[in-house]
Structure formats: structure tokens, C-alpha cells
Design a binder for this molecule. Structure first.
Ligand code: ATP
Ligand code: MG
Length: 629
């Protein structure tokens, strides 16, 4: 582990521009008076009626935040901006894969969302319903989410790459009567056929009474009379008035259900609510990325994942930022597509994933070097531990060695960032650094006791926080069992990740708890071995798994994707094994290195090691609903 080898200090300019200049004192205050801290943050937002209690912990682990308060996330994301200059600011800039562009001011966003909200109402959607949304990354997807929230319905967004089986299963889970979809989108110049997939799903989904379809890619689609409506037809009717009152809700009313990525098993449907989620996402976004009034913010995820829910849609809108959205593939038609857009739109903050960075790094520096990326002020990463190799490329080549990288550790379950630096934090590539305000994070053994610095243990969160999921939809017991209650009266949230803390208190997430490689009594995280492999100049991606071994208990097996044009020879495999041993010690030397063209990944880009393991052992591969093709 590259503990202290490298420390990247923020420049004098970054420090001068930072709103929060002292992490330690604010952190101390935030954990000494957690409720006071969160009340202060909540007061940055508007509420219809104030809360009785900041934190209600009378029914653990089913915590409630800002209970008694009346709110609606849409009031803070849109309505309150209409009374000041933000009204005329761009809320969304969108570009299609083909290069068409459109934009919406906050004023225009309100009209669009209101029209869709009124349309949904006229279709019988009411408070408490869950509307399923299955769309490409077009502005209407954002309108649909906000429209549901505005009228007090919850949304369940199903990523627009999922199969009809996965969509049908989620519609059934949510008991949805209404589905919002589109004819299709674009991926690498080819049309995708969402409506056809939705039709297949609806054959298996008797609950759906109405399907609203947005016309986007002009694909010929089958429409069933009585059930199917084109959105542009509905929008032209008087029912779709652009004036719609925002429903006054309880802080704890459900905002959405969203499934985890399915990296370690069957996806879990996490429930989030209006009040606490608004406060948590807005505060984390504002502080970690030190959001400035003029920022153009690009979170290059898909709204179908938690990253998109929290940091494409809700947090940036609450903070009045301008959101960049791009529908297509990052390297279409050429590997400079993203950098071209950064230059074209003057993006200030870019937030993406290690998998995307590694993917673009493969094509070499010449692609970003063609563009002026000087508008960038900060970079961000989420989704997996970022290999130091990819970190340095992102930092030097994209950020011009000028922009701190905000590596954010969090989960669908946590709603927002839990561990992350601020712009002023000295950075160590591969570490998400320190807890976000209000959070006490531990790395513990089976008894819940802290392991010594440098040793591997279980990552836990020792306190409730406003953005926490409230439950797994329809399964309170599973929520309580899976995430809480292993450590007796220590009421810790179990993240399911494996981590280390170094001597400086920096937290290193190194893998999943059930993928820890136990070799001859040592415990290694998959990220450590994978990062060592990727640090070899010929390797672009790697995965490590443990397989049973007679003597060692477990043996490390690895898979590597080589850089473009490099041949995978026996000699290279030997060299890579020796390279890992040299980086991490002999104990970590892999048994073998298998060269592959691709690794099994979730559609959010995470390596599915359980699939590699199952294949190697000839076992059942388990739930593959989120596997990328
Ligand atoms: P499932 O829970 O269904 O197996 P998942 O855990 O991948 O899927 P998400 O909620 O999308 O579902 O991802 C959260 C996980 O992603 C974290 O538990 C962690 O393992 C990983 N992760 C996210 N951000 C980071 C980061 N910055 N550094 C290291 N790991 C990260
Ligand atoms: Mg998870």
C-alpha cells in the first residue's frame, strides 16, 4: 500500500479559493454536536414547516431525520430558485451522442417538470405510488424524476440498458401502474430500442396500466391503444399545464427506490426519503466540491445509478448549479469526445469513475492534449478504489496537475459521500482520505474493535446520517440484518467493504468484505493486487480473485487487459507475477495471470469478481441482471 509515498498538497491558489479552510475544527464540531451540525445545514434549505426533532432514533436501526418537518425536494431543487437570479441560469446543458445540444434555464425546467407532473396526475398517479422510469440519458429523464417527486409519488429508475426481465422484476417490486420510457436512445451510433424492451417487460407486468413514451430516436415502435401514449401528444393537451403546485410532504415520505449495482450479489432496492436526503446530498456536494455560484458541473454517470440520482439530479439542482448531461459513449466517435465537451462547455468540475478513466487512458495522452481543459477546477472519482496509476493520469493529463481529485467513497445505501477529501485536503492517490463531516468511520475486527493502523478490517460507520437509506423496499428485516446489529451495543452500520487506516488516519478502501484474499494467514484487498498490476506499463485493467488452495488456504488468480497492441505472452505473465511480488511482497504474488480482452462488469462499470470466481470454479454465476454485455 502506497501509504506515505506520495502526498499531493493543494496549491496556494486552491487554498485561497477554498470556502472551508480548516477541516479538523469543523469535523470536531460536527461529531461533538452532530444534530447541531445537521440542523445548521438543514437551515441552508427552505422548509414548509420546521422539524420537531433533527434525529429520531426511537426505533433503531430505522432512523428518522427532521421528523415532523414539511418539505418536498423539488421545492429546494426548483421552486425556491424561481424567486431570485438563479431563475434565469442554465439548469441543464445536454448533448446527444450525435452532437445535438439543448439547454434549460431553471425557469424552463420548472415548466417542463410541471407539465410532466400534471400529465402524471391526469393519468391517476398519486402520492404514495411508485412510477417506473426506463429511459436513455435525455433531459426528460430528469423531468420525469422531478415530476414524480413534485406530486409526492416515488420513482424507481431502471437503467436504460437493462433487459426486459430485469425491468419486469423491478416493475413488479414497485407495483407500478405507470411506466415512463422512450422509443430509444443512441449508443455508439446505433439506436437502442427501449420501447420494444419495455413492451416485452409489460407482457410480464400486469400492474402497468399506462405507458408514456418520449419520442427521441425516431425508432418505429409498437404502441398499444388504451395503454400507450406519446408524451408529445399528452403535452399538447390542456391536462399538461405548466403550472403545478408542489405537494407538501413529510420529511420522511419516500422519494425513490433505487437498486444497488449488483456487484456482489442480487441488487437490493434501497428506499430514500425527501428531507434527510435533500440535506445530505446538497451539503456533501456543496462542501466536498466547494460549489461556486457559476460552476458548470459534470457528473458523467448515468441517472440510473445512485451517483446520477444524487449528483446529476438532486444535489446540483438544490445548489443551483448548471448540470452537464451527455447521452452517449465517452469515446464516440473518437476518444476525445469528453475532453471536447469539457472545452466546448467550459466545464469546471468533472466527476467520473475509475473504470471510465482507465478506459480513456488506454487511448493515450494525445486525445486530451488536443483540447484546452483549463476551465477545470476540480476532478472527482467514485465507484471503485482508484488505482494510483489512473489517479496520476487523471491528475496530470486531465487536471493539468492543478485540480485536486475528490475521491468519494459512498454507496447506494448511504445516499451521498461518506469518506472524501475537501479541495484543501492533502491527497494520497487511491485513498478517499477522511470522513465527511458528522461521520465517524471505523475499520474493525469481528468484535467491532478497531484493528491496528495498516491492518485490513471491516469498514463501519458509527453513527446515523441524514442521507442514509431508510430500509430495503418491502424487507425491513433484511435491512436490519444485512446492515446492522453485528456488534452488540455498538450500533455500527456495516458497509460490507474491506479497508485499512494508515498512520495519518487516511482511509483506504481495498475491496469487498467477501472478496478479501486470505493467503497463508495474510489478508489482502483485491484493489491492492489490481493496482499493483495496473502500475505495470503494459497493463490497462486487472482483476484479482481468490480460489481455494490446499496449502495456502487461498491462492491469488488474476486477469489482465493489456494496453492496445500488446501481446500476452508467457514471459509477460511471469514478468507481471514478479512485478506484483516486487510491489507488495512475495505473499501477494499471483498464482497466474490470465490475459483477457474484457472483464465482466456491472453496467455502472464495476468489476464483478464473483462472476470470474464462479466461472473459474464451474459454479452457478448467480444474479446477472446488472452484467454489462
Ligand atoms: P451491490 O451492493 O449490489 O453488490 P455495489 O456495492 O457495487 O453493488 P453501489 O452502491 O453502486 O453498489 O456501490 C457501492 C460500493 O462501491 C461501495 O461499497 C464500494 O465498494 C465501492 N465504491 C464506491 N466508491 C468508492 C471509492 N471512492 N473508493 C472505493 N470504493 C468505492
Ligand atoms: Mg454494495
Amino acid at each position: 500500500m502506497s501509504d506515505k509515498k506520495e502526498l499531493f498538497h493543494p496549491s496556494a491558489e486552491v487554498i485561497a479559493n477554498a470556502t472551508i479552510k480548516d477541516y479538523d475544527s469543523l469535523y470536531q464540531r460536527s461529531i461533538e454536536d452532530r444534530e447541531g451540525f445537521w440542523a445548521e445545514q438543514a437551515n441552508e434549505l427552505e422548509w414548509y414547516e420546521p422539524w420537531d426533532k433533527v434525529l429520531d432514533d426511537s426505533n433503531k436501526p430505522f432512523f428518522k431525520w427532521f421528523s415532523g418537518a414539511k418539505t418536498n425536494i423539488v421545492h429546494n431543487a426548483i421552486d425556491r430558485h424561481l424567486h431570485n437570479a438563479t431563475r434565469n441560469k442554465l439548469a441543464i446543458i445536454w448533448e446527444s451522442e450525435a452532437g445535438e445540444m439543448c439547454s434549460y434555464s431553471y425557469y424552463a425546467l420548472n415548466r417542463e417538470v410541471s407539465q410532466m407532473a400534471n400529465t402524471l396526475k391526469s393519468m391517476g398517479v398519486k402520492k404514495g405510488d411508485i412510477v417506473t422510469i426506463y429511459m436513455p440519458q435525455i433531459p426528460e429523464l430528469v423531468f420525469a424524476m422531478l415530476a414524480c417527486a413534485k406530486i409526492g409519488a416515488a420513482h424507481s429508475v431502471v437503467y436504460g440498458g437493462f433487459s426486459y426481465e430485469a425491468l419486469a422484476a423491478r416493475i413488479a417490486d414497485a407495483n407500478s401502474h405507470v411506466l415512463i420510457t422512450a422509443d430509444g436512445g443512441w449508443r455508439r451510433g446505433k439506436p437502442t430500442n427501449l420501447k420494444a424492451i419495455a413492451n416485452e417487460a409489460m407482457k410480464r407486468s400486469p400492474t402497468i396500466e399506462v405507458c408514456i413514451t418520449v419520442k427521441y430516436n425516431q425508432l418505429d415502435v409498437e404502441m398499444e391503444s388504451e395503454r400507450d401514449f406519446w408524451y408529445h401528444d399528452l403535452k399538447a393537451l390542456p391536462i399538461a399545464s405548466p403550472k403545478c403546485e408542489t405537494e407538501v410532504l413529510d420529511s420522511e415520505d419516500m422519494l425513490f427506490v433505487l437498486y444497488t449495482s449488483g456487484t456482489t450479489g442480487k441488487p437490493k432496492g434501497m428506499v430514500h426519503t425527501h428531507g434527510g436526503y435533500s440535506v445530505y446530498t446538497a451539503t456533501t456536494h456543496r462542501m466536498a466540491f466547494d460549489i461556486k455560484p457559476d460552476d458548470r458541473w459534470w457528473c458523467a454517470a448515468d441517472p440510473g445509478w445512485i451517483t446520477g440520482h444524487s449528483y446529476i439530479v438532486y444535489a446540483p439542482l438544490i445548489n443551483g448549479s448548471t448540470i452537464m448531461m451527455y447521452e452517449g459513449a465517452p469515446n464516440y466517435p473518437y476518444p476525445n469526445r469528453w475532453w471536447q465537451m469539457v472545452e466546448k462547455y467550459g466545464i469546471n468540475v468533472m466527476y467520473t469513475s475509475p473504470t471510465a478513466i482507465r478506459g480513456l487512458m488506454r487511448f493515450g495522452d494525445q486525445w486530451p492534449k488536443r483540447h484546452d481543459l483549463s476551465s477545470l477546477r476540480l476532478l472527482g472519482s467514485v465507484g471503485e478504489p482508484i488505482n494510483p496509476e489512473a489517479w496520476r493520469w487523471f491528475y496530470d493529463v486531465i487536471g493539468g496537475s492543478r485540480c485536486p481529485i475528490i475521491d468519494t467513497w459512498w454507496q447506494t445505501e448511504t445516499g451521498g459521500f461518506m469518506i472524501c477529501p475537501l479541495p484543501i485536503t492533502p491527497l494520497k492517490p487511491g485513498s478517499a482520505t477522511k470522513p465527511f463531516f458528522g461521520n465517524e468511520i471505523g475499520v474493525v475486527d469481528d468484535n467491532g474493535d478497531e484493528v491496528p493502523a495498516g491492518e485490513e478490517g471491516k469498514l463501519v460507520i458509527k453513527n446515523p446520517w441524514p442521507g442514509m437509506a431508510r430500509t430495503i423496499m418491502g424487507d425491513d428485516q433484511r435491512y436490519a440484518d444485512l446492515y446492522w446489529g453485528d456488534y452488540g451495543d455498538k450500533e455500527y452500520y456495516k458497509a460490507g467493504d474491506s479497508a485499512k487506516v494508515d498512520d495519518d488516519g487516511y482511509i483506504w478502501v481495498i475491496g469487498r468484505m467477501d472478496e478479501v484474499l486470505k493467503v497463508s494467514g495474510y489478508r489482502l484487498g483485491t484493489a491492492e493486487i489490481e493496482s499493483a498490476l495496473v502500475s505495470h506499463p503494459l497493463v490497462s485493467e486487472a482483476a484479482a480473485i481468490g480460489l481455494p488452495h490446499e496449502l495456502k488456504g487461498n491462492a491469488i488468480h488474476t486477469y489482465a487487459i493489456l494496453k492496445e497492441g500488446v501481446a500476452g505472452t508467457n514471459e509477460l505473465a511471469q514478468e507481471l507475477k514478479a512485478h506484483v511480488a516486487a510491489e507488495l511482497g512475495r505473499i501477494a504474488q499471483p498464482e497466474d495471470v490470465t490475459f483477457v480482452d474484457a472483464l465482466p462488469k456491472t453496467r455502472s462499470g464495476k468489476i464483478m469478481r464473483r462472476v470470474l470466481r464462479a466461472r473459474a470454479l464451474g459454479q452457478d454465476e448467480g444474479d446477472l441482471s446488472t452484467l454489462e454485455e
